[in-house]
Design a protein around this ligand. Structure first.
Ligand SMILES: NC(=O)C1=CN([C@@H]2O[C@H](COP(=O)(O)OP(=O)(O)OC[C@H]3O[C@@H](n4cnc5c(N)ncnc54)[C@H](OP(=O)(O)O)[C@@H]3O)[C@@H](O)[C@H]2O)C=CC1
Ligand SMILES: CC(=O)N[C@@H](CCC(=O)OP(=O)(O)O)C(=O)O
Length: 343
């Protein structure tokens, strides 16, 4: 059986990556691609790497053009995404890459996004304890942000097993520039980014802070507070997150390793690496995989977890396709059997 699919935002980075994955999905029929300022152009003019789809013409992103599909992917700026989602029928599965429906707290939404909260959808991170069952058969799914995906999968087992303290969590992560989308932004000019690294969203102001706290609070079943600092690295794709949390008294590295192994040993896309091997972005670029490693810093009384992902694949499009598979009742890995492209 095949399912008709529409991808909105098909001229953007996230939409392009969704199409790259769907082009290899045996049960997805890409029927419609839509865009905004690029509507009317051939997809091949904008996304030349998607050559089997080159002759598809980008339609306007309207509810009419997206109606009548089994699945609609939204890869639009937040706000525009919620607006179009509200016009789509309940008979269509809507998978949203934007942030609009990720947060439960309207207060957090308004504080970090400065607009009215549009509601909450099931959270498309099946590996986070408690989430997979909510995605089976869902008709609306909010795909997590790229940092939250990487950081939550790095930290969740320790919080789920209550081996770490819920406060005093410190996270520093580096991302590639594609995380910001393809619109022109002065701080993302090659001359600004190449050959160096810089922080942004410092001091707890990044929009992913409440999303990370939400996911960790769900699995810890108590409020978790984090300090999160993102940095920009001179690469197009990839996230490398270093997260540290204070250990509860007496907790050992062996206990943590046992918990992580139990949580991830049957996950197709999340891998606790063999002891002594550390995540690196090149292991996961182009794939739906996340690599994780941990060490206990006994001097500081903390666990240090490093996790790596491709922000556009597991961090957006791969997570979106994985969510679609669950919503449709297909094997979760369908169309996602890709390995990283190192070196
Ligand atoms: N890049 C990433 O790593 C991640 C992105 N996301 C989210 O995915 C979504 C898309 O991001 P990304 O692909 O990076 O962004 P891009 O800027 O690369 O693409 C944006 C897309 O949205 C279209 N668009 C722009 N404005 C409007 C509008 N007002 N109405 C309808 N369509 C519009 C653009 O069309 P056109 O080009 O024709 O104008 C383009 O297709 C965002 O919500 C982003 O936050 C989530 C996780 C990670
Ligand atoms: C480099 C860069 O700017 N990255 C983006 C990641 C955005 C993302 O993951 O998307 P959402 O906005 O949908 O949450 C950022 O830090 O905002």
């Amino acid at each position: 059986m095949t399912y008709s699919v529409a991808v909105s935002g098909a001229s953007g980075y996230a939409g392009g990556e969704i199409l790259r994955l769907l082009a290899n999905h045996p049960q997805a029929e890409i029927r419609t691609v839509t865009a905004h300022s690029s509507a009317g152009q051939r997809l091949g003019e904008i996304q030349p790497h998607l050559h089997p789809l080159a002759d598809k013409v980008l339609a306007d992103t309207t509810a009419e053009n997206l109606a009548g599909h089994d699945v609609v992917f939204l890869a639009l700026p937040h706000g525009a995404s919620a607006e179009i989602a509200a016009q789509l029928g309940d008979d269509t599965i809507v998978i949203d890459a934007a942030a609009d429906h990720r947060l439960e707290s309207g207060t957090d939404w308004e504080k970090f996004y400065g607009s009215a909260h549009q509601g909450t959808w099931p959270y498309g991170l099946p590996e986070l304890p408690g989430q997979r069952s909510k995605l089976a058969g869902a008709t609306r799914i909010a795909v997590p942000g790229c940092y939250p995906t990487t950081i939550l999968l790095g930290l969740a087992p320790g919080f789920h097993s209550k081996l770490v303290e819920p406060t005093d969590v410190v996270i520093v992560a580096a991302t590639g520039t594609s995380g910001a989308g393809k619109a022109l932004k002065p701080h993302l000019l090659g001359s600004e980014v190449m050959g160096g690294m810089s922080p942004y969203g410092v001091g707890g102001s990044h929009r992913h802070t409440p999303e990370i706290e939400q996911g960790l609070s769900w699995v810890a079943t108590e409020d978790v507070q984090v300090s999160f600092t993102p940095t920009l690295a001179p690469m197009s794709r990839g996230i490398l997150a270093t997260s540290t949390a204070r250990l509860k008294p007496g907790i050992t590295e062996a206990q943590l390793r046992e918990t992580y192994t139990a949580q991830y040993q049957n996950e197709p896309f999340v891998h606790l690496l063999p002891e002594g091997q550390w995540p690196a972005t090149k292991q996961v670029i182009g794939s739906n995989h996340v690599t994780v490693q941990l060490a206990v810093d006994e001097h500081a009384g903390r666990v240090v977890v490093v996790s790596a992902s491709d922000n556009l694949t597991k961090g957006t499009a791969g997570g979106a396709v994985q969510s679609m598979n669950l919503a449709l009742g297909l094997p979760e890995t369908t169309g996602l059997n890709l390995l990283g492209v190192a070196p």
